[in-house]
Design a protein around this ligand. Structure first.
Ligand SMILES: NC(=O)c1ccc[n+]([C@@H]2O[C@H](COP(=O)([O-])OP(=O)(O)OC[C@H]3O[C@@H](n4cnc5c(N)ncnc54)[C@H](OP(=O)(O)O)[C@@H]3O)[C@@H](O)[C@H]2O)c1
Length: 249
């Protein structure tokens, strides 16, 4: 790919494994990267890794979930100028049994995956130069495609995010701002560290990153990744309720 050189890319969730795999691809082409997150030490380590690969990486520390979104966004624009691309990569899987028993945990999951992300998108969009091309990449999940007993708190938050991004895509269909919604399946990252990873449905963050990059280049609107999640979720979404309710998923 050409054109990544001197691209100004911000990553909200600069410690995410998927985001780091994606950022490495851009760093190798000399992109400027701003890693935003809460863990200064981990962000600095990731920034050093990206700089060693040819990128120009800097770090911004903030509480992504409970920030004063408007003023933090204003500060980012002041210090880093207009971004060419913003990647919203942070998220919280949490645990469904805890979420249904503890409203505090349910709120944490909803705030991390929906509320804060929606507010970041509004705060950033309001400051983007409407005449300048820009891309926003949002990491959602196939879990948002249909409510399931096993993870409907996380799934609903991602599903809400899907609708929100869909609305922004509609609003910006004829503007230079393009939004890409990336919906991975199972990915081997710290988020899924507690899960067993046997079986053909698991993917590496590098594979997701490669497909994210392709989706950005091709100006896709929605990608389920790896590709096999597209037919799987097509079936899951369209399964009649009387059959769906028999599944223990
Ligand atoms: N891994 C999967 O199987 C999978 C599947 C579908 C979708 N996704 C989505 O892909 C995105 C990236 O996930 P990943 O797999 O790369 O996971 P990851 O490596 O575990 O990264 C998760 C990111 O979210 C941040 N985060 C989590 N809880 C937070 C909190 N309470 N406050 C602030 N930041 C918080 C983490 O920051 P710290 O480093 O500071 O904790 C980290 O940057 C997420 O939106 C996730 O929902 C992942």
């Amino acid at each position: 790919m050409s054109g990544a050189a001197s691209r100004n890319v911000w990553i909200l969730g600069g410690t995410s494994a998927i985001a780091q795999a994606y950022a490495r691809r851009l760093a190798e082409r000399g992109a400027g990267l701003v890693l935003v997150g809460r863990n200064e030490e981990k962000l600095q380590a990731n920034a050093a890794d990206l700089s060693a690969r040819g990128g120009e990486a800097s770090v911004e520390t903030t509480d992504l979930i409970a920030a004063d979104f408007d003023s933090v966004a204003a500060g980012l624009f002041e210090r880093h100028g207009q971004p060419d691309e913003v990647v919203v990569a942070y998220g919280l899987l949490g645990t469904q049994p805890q979420a249904v028993a503890d409203l505090g945990h349910a709120r944490e999951i909803i705030d991390a995956n929906f509320t804060s992300t929606a507010l970041w998108l509004l705060a950033i969009r309001a400051r983007l130069d409407p005449k300048r091309p820009a891309t926003i990449v949002v990491l959602s999940s196939v879990a948002g495609d249909r409510g399931r007993r096993a993870n409907f708190v996380y799934g609903a938050a991602k599903g809400g995010l899907d609708r929100f991004v869909e609305g922004l895509q509609h609003a910006h269909a004829r503007t230079p701002l393009h939004l890409v919604l990336v919906k991975p399946g199972f990915v081997d990252t710290p988020m899924t560290a507690h899960q067993k990873k046997d079986g053909p449905l698991w993917a590496t963050p590098e594979r997701i990153a490669r497909e994210m990059e392709r989706a950005v280049e091709r100006r896709r609107f929605v990608v389920r990744t790896p590709w096999f999640w597209m037919p799987i979720m097509l079936v899951i979404r369209n399964l009649p309720r009387f059959l769906f309710h028999r599944l223990k998923i």
